[in-house]
Ligand binder design. Structure first.
Ligand SMILES: Cc1ncc(COP(=O)(O)O)c(C=O)c1O
Length: 301
């Protein structure tokens, strides 16, 4: 990390130069905004996956909390590209992060402008067991509904429930948690969206559900539809997880990750199923620049 450069409000700083005081509202109250974006090596050079959509979501997260940023969406997009270039990242994870640097002891209103930093690192699989499929646990922690915390906002404090559920899953011997919404329907993983396959049809929780509408979720739906696979978006009950033929997660970090066991029940035959494999392989082709149909999802640095 010491050799790394961090983009800060349009200028590069050395990694160790970007610091804040412990009494900033971002540290005390979780008032930070973040994105997770990947870039991939292709034959035509390194490309960022769905840059515009991630940058737009970053801006929207700020808007939902009335937070003001020091940079525009265009400057953010340019900064992401420059950060990948400057740090010579090939297959990486990019983390834009907005934070306050003012010191506050009492209640805090978002009147100050937030600093925007961008970091990029080389990154491989998010899950150790990605290749063989994950064992998951339905968490006893529920996903907050959108009248409690806006699930579409990637604001640091929103992620405490993800932390609790993932921690519980690990401490019970599982790879990942699946969270239900307050209404008992399946919401998502701690940082992934979820898809089920039943009778060659794909089902995923509906748009109005209390979960983040992931950019990889949208990519997977478009991949499936382009392959002629029907995708139904509707409320999903917990027991459907146990009896479906295939199950997989999507997310920037997770990419397309198969799930082979939920709460001790084997999914299908316990192996990665054909539809999961198809989506995963097509996704890999797209991000490595080998797919014409979805070439527009790549921004070359
Ligand atoms: C809670 C949550 N759900 C789902 C996702 C997947 O979203 P995306 O595919 O946009 O990374 C993420 C990751 O950003 C997340 O934090």
């Amino acid at each position: 990390m010491a050799q790394q450069y961090i983009w800060l409000n349009g200028k590069f700083k050395k990694f160790e130069e970007v610091t804040v005081h412990v009494f900033t509202p971002t540290i005390q109250y979780g008032l930070g905004i973040f994105e997770g974006i990947r870039c991939y090596q292709t034959k035509k050079g390194v490309a960022v996956f769905r840059l515009r959509e991630h940058a737009k979501r970053f801006m929207d997260s700020a808007k939902m909390y009335k937070m003001k940023l020091r940079v525009s969406q265009e400057e953010l997009e340019e900064g992401i590209i420059e950060t990948v270039r400057k740090n010579k990242i090939q297959n990486g994870y990019i983390r834009p992060f907005a934070f306050y640097d003012n010191v506050v002891m009492g209640f805090f209103y978002p009147d100050e402008q937030m600093n925007v930093s961008i970091t990029a690192i080389e990154y491989g699989n998010y899950f150790q067991n990605k290749e063989k499929g994950l064992r998951c646990k339905v968490s006893s922690w529920r996903k907050a509904s959108s009248d409690v915390l806006p699930p579409q906002a990637k604001v640091s404090g929103n992620y405490i429930a993800s932390f609790l559920s993932r921690l519980d899953a690990r401490d019970s011997g599982y790879d990942e948690a699946i969270l239900l919404s307050a209404n008992g329907l399946v919401a998502e993983g701690s940082g992934e969206n979820i898809f089920l396959v039943e009778d060659n049809k794909v089902i995923t929780p509906q748009k109005s559900g209390d979960f983040l509408l992931g950019i990889t979720r949208d990519s997977a739906i478009k991949i499936l539809e382009s392959a002629g696979v029907e995708v139904e978006q509707r409320g999903v009950h917990r027991e459907e997880l146990y009896k479906c033929d295939e199950l997989f997660f999507t997310g920037t970090a997770a990419e397309v990750t198969p799930v082979v066991n939920v709460d001790g029940r084997t999914i299908g035959n316990g192996k990665i199923g054909p539809i999961t494999r198809m989506v995963s392989e097509r996704f890999s082709k797209i991000v490595s620049g080998e797919d014409k149909q979805f070439a527009k999802w790549l921004t070359y640095v």
